[in-house]
Structures are given as structure tokens and as C-alpha cells.
Design a protein around this ligand. Structure first.
Ligand code: AMP
Ligand code: GLY
Length: 423
């Protein structure tokens, strides 16, 4: 069969790498893809929200399975678009429909869902411009740090954690009245601060049955020791050493099962990946957020640890037959180190020539922000390349990635040298 992956980052290159290994995959396309996907698939120069362009490509290339990487097209209803179109409705789409994608698209919707399903999460209240005065009073009744979240998608920047009450009040006013995050902060969720260590749990569901993928942990801050600005993710590791069988059982019983039950009960059409952002407080898991897609860079360590034929798994998902699938995990540890552009996550330059990508290595190189120009691989984003390695221990995997990185260079290249420091 012919398959299309939508997106162009490290996550999508990893999907392409895994799907290309399946004997069920005939031709593979990625829209828009990057220099890494160009080497194993055909890139289509289409934006992820160009639904009409995607439709034309699906028909032209006789594509029958579409895997949606990022949240944006899902929140914009790409799956609904396929279902509503006579020419497309036979195509299997991996990714939830619009109503279910609100779990990521609206923090308030996600909190209501968790409350209704009795899923452990931080206490919260939400406010709009009309209830600003109540919001300010609510903040006065809370303890620092104050957690303020723009309700809608804000490119990962919509969460503020503030130590000072006056600053929190000022930010609440800016979000609600001055639309600090545009329409995304028309509603603001204020939450209790949870103190603990974060991890990512990934579930693939057909809406009724599900499989749980390997757990992972990402490293979001730019600086060593988890300091400095937030990024899209500087690296990831799987498995997560503090996830004992007993803790995993709590995640299953208290969080995964009631989440999937909630989809059925509330008629949320969810065929795809659920990314549950968790925090371990004491010995108990709490949900920080839902995403309706795989994580990036977690995918770069999670999919390599899945031994199954991914196309077979995705087809079972689309058919509602995930109960027939048992996932097999590679017992080894996987780690990915993200190479980023100098200056990232603030302003950075693109178009830097990359060297050493063809040097022999035991690692797998997943391109994140790269493009082919003048016959050469150049940087084209903040996060540039994810260097994934396996090892019997994660420290061995880490050594392999760092020795691979020694042979790779581009102007301004930066990366974290301390991944796994907290485990
Ligand atoms: P979110 O976009 O909801 O994942 O939030 C971004 C980051 O803010 C999370 O990965 C956490 O590190 C942090 N965060 C969000 N909510 C809370 C909370 N209630 N308590 C502590 N940290 C939080
Ligand atoms: N690694 C976090 C994310 O994909 O949102």
C-alpha cells in the first residue's frame, strides 16, 4: 500500500524510518518532510494545513493510509475532512477527529474531561475577561508557584509558572485582556502547582481497544541540569528507570483505562496516538496534559524500541482491531540527543551547511530541521538533528550518541551533555 506521513520534523522522520521497514509499505510519501525523509521516501512540498493539496496528492498517488504527525492539522479537523469527502473516506487516517483533538486544543476541555473521568490532575479553575476579578481573587487564595495556562494552542509557550503573586496577577491580565497569546488566551486555566518528576506515556487506540507504547522522558530546558528556557525538547530517553511495575500499574488503572473509557462514554472519535504528559508526585501519577499525537523527541526513542511491524499495527488501529495486537518492546535502552541551532530557543540562523552526516555510526540520525539545498544538507530549524542510540544501559547508549556527535558539525551547533542526569 502507499502511505503518507504529514509533518516534517524528527518525529515524522522516525515514523518514515519505521514504516519504510514494513513489507506492507509500497510507496512512502512525507508532506512536507525534510532532508532525512527525502533519503527514504518522496517528499511532497505541501504544508500540513493544506487540506486541498493533501487531497490531490492522496488521489494522485493512490494513498490508502495517512499518519498525521503534528497536532495542528488534527485540531483543524483533517480527519473529519477525509471522512466528509467521497473521494477520501476510504482512506485510513491515524489521528483523532476534531472533537477529540480538543483534548490538546483546549486545556479547559481536557481538565473537564479528566474531572468527569476522575483522573488525577492538578486542581484548577478557568477564567475569561468577564470573570477577571474572580480570577485575581482566586490567585490570592493560592500558594506560589502560580501556574497559568492559555486555553488554546500557543506553540508550546502558553504555560507560565510564576513565583510572585503580583507578577501572576499582571500576567493574568495580559493574557485575558491584552490577548498575550492571541485568541488562545481568551480563556485561562489557573492550576495548583505539582512538584515532581515528569514522564511521557503514549497510548495507541482505535477508540475502544488500546496498546501502551514504551514510556519515555524528555528534556525540555535548553541548559544542563534542566535550567534556562523551555525548548521543543533537547533529547529523550526510554525506558524511564523510576517507572516500576507498581507505578506503571497505577498509570494504567488510574489514567489510561479511564481515558479510553472516557472516549467511548463521551463519543470522542479517537483513532490515533494519545500522549499523556505525567508527573510523579510522591509515588502517584498525575496528568499534566494530553496531546493528541506522538511527542517529539520522544518518538525518536519510543518507535525504535517497538519491534512490531508498525504498518500492521496502524492498520489494526484503523480497523478497530487493536485487541489483536500485542506490542513487543526492545529491552535495550534508547536515548536521543537533539542537536540545535546556536541561539535556539531564541533567535537563530538557518541555512548552515551540515558536515559528517555520512560518517559511519552505530547511531540512527533522525533529521528534525534540515533541508536539501544546492545538493547539500543544511539546517532549516531550531531543532536540527536527533541522534538516537541503543545500549544495554542508557549510559552506554548516551556514550554512543556522544561519540557519533563528535563527527557531526554545523556552524553554531549546540546540544545538552547531561541527558539522564536525574535518573
Ligand atoms: P503543558 O503545556 O501543560 O505541558 O505545560 C508545560 C510544562 O509546564 C509542563 O511540561 C510542566 O513542566 C509545567 N507544568 C504544567 N502544569 C504544571 C503544574 N500543574 N504543576 C507543575 N508544573 C506544571
Ligand atoms: N516533547 C514534548 C512534545 O512533543 O510536546
Amino acid at each position: 500500500m502507499n502511505i503518507l506521513i504529514i509533518g516534517g520534523g524528527g518525529r515524522e522522520h522516525t515514523f518514515a524510518w519505521k514504516i519504510a521497514q514494513s513489507p506492507l509499505c509500497n510507496q512512502l510519501f512525507v508532506a512536507p518532510g525534510n532532508a532525512g525523509t527525502a533519503a527514504i521516501a518522496t517528499n511532497l512540498a505541501l504544508g500540513v494545513n493544506n487540506f486541498d493539496g493533501i487531497k490531490a496528492a492522496v488521489i494522485e498517488h493512490k494513498i490508502t493510509l495517512v499518519v498525521v504527525g503534528p497536532e495542528d492539522p488534527l485540531v483543524n479537523g483533517i480527519h473529519d475532512f477525509f471522512l466528509a469527502d467521497g473521494d477520501l473516506k476510504h482512506v485510513a487516517v491515524i489521528g483523532p477527529q476534531k472533537e477529540a483533538a480538543r483534548l490538546e486544543g483546549s486545556k479547559e476541555f481536557a481538565k473537564e474531561f479528566m474531572q468527569a473521568q476522575n483522573i488525577p490532575t492538578a486542581q484548577y479553575a478557568s477564567f475569561t475577561a468577564a470573570t477577571l476579578a474572580e480570577g485575581l481573587t482566586f490567585l490570592e487564595g493560592m500558594k506560589a508557584p502560580y501556574v497559568l495556562k492559555a486555553d488554546g494552542l500557543a506553540a508550546g509557550k502558553g504555560v507560565l509558572i510564576l513565583e510572585d503573586l503580583q507578577e501572576a496577577k499582571k500576567q493574568l491580565i495580559e493574557m485575558l485582556i491584552e490577548e498575550k497569546f492571541g485568541a488562545a488566551s481568551t480563556t485561562v486555566v489557573i492550576e495548583e502547582f505539582l512538584d515532581g518528576i515528569e514522564l511521557s506515556c503514549f497510548v495507541l487506540t482505535d477508540g475502544k481497544n488500546f496498546v501502551t507504547l514504551p514510556m519515555a522522558k524528555d528534556y525540555k530546558r535548553i541548559g544542563e541540569g534542566d535550567t534556562g528556557l523551555n525548548t521543543g525538547g533537547m533529547g529523550a530517553i526510554s525506558p524511564v528507570s523510576f517507572v516500576t511495575p507498581a507505578f506503571e500499574e497505577k498509570i494504567q488503572q488510574r489514567i489510561v483505562l479511564p481515558t479510553i473509557e472516557g472516549f467511548e462514554k463521551r463519543n470522542l472519535p479517537f483513532v490515533g496516538f494519545v500522549f499523556i504528559g505525567l508527573i510523579k508526585v510522591g509515588d502517584d501519577p498525575y496528568v499534566i496534559e494530553y496531546n493528541v499525537r506522538m511527542g517529539d523527541p520522544e518518538t525518536e526513542v519510543v518507535l525504535p524500541r517497538v519491534k512490531n511491524d508498525l504498518v500492521e499495527v496502524l492498520l489494526a488501529t484503523a480497523k478497530g482491531e487493536l485487541d489483536k495486537i500485542t506490542l513487543e518492546e526492545d529491552p535495550r535502552a534508547a536515548i536521543t540527543v537533539m542537536l540545535v541551532s546556536g541561539g535556539y530557543p531564541e533567535a537563530y540562523e538557518k541555512g548552515k551547511k551540515m558536515k559528517g552526516l555520512d560518517h559511519p555510526t552505530e547511531s540512527i540520525l533522525f533529521h528534525a530541521g534540515t533541508k536539501l539545498a544546492e545538493g547539500q544538507v543544511q539546517t532549516s530549524g531550531g531543532r536540527v538533528l536527533a541522534v538516537t542510540s541503543f545500549g544495554n544501559k542508557y549510559s552506554d547508549a548516551l556514550k554512543t550518541s556522544y561519540s557519533t556527535i563528535k563527527n557531526i558539525s554545523f556552524d553554531g551547533m549546540n546540544y545538552r551533555k547531561d541527558l539522564g542526569f536525574d535518573l
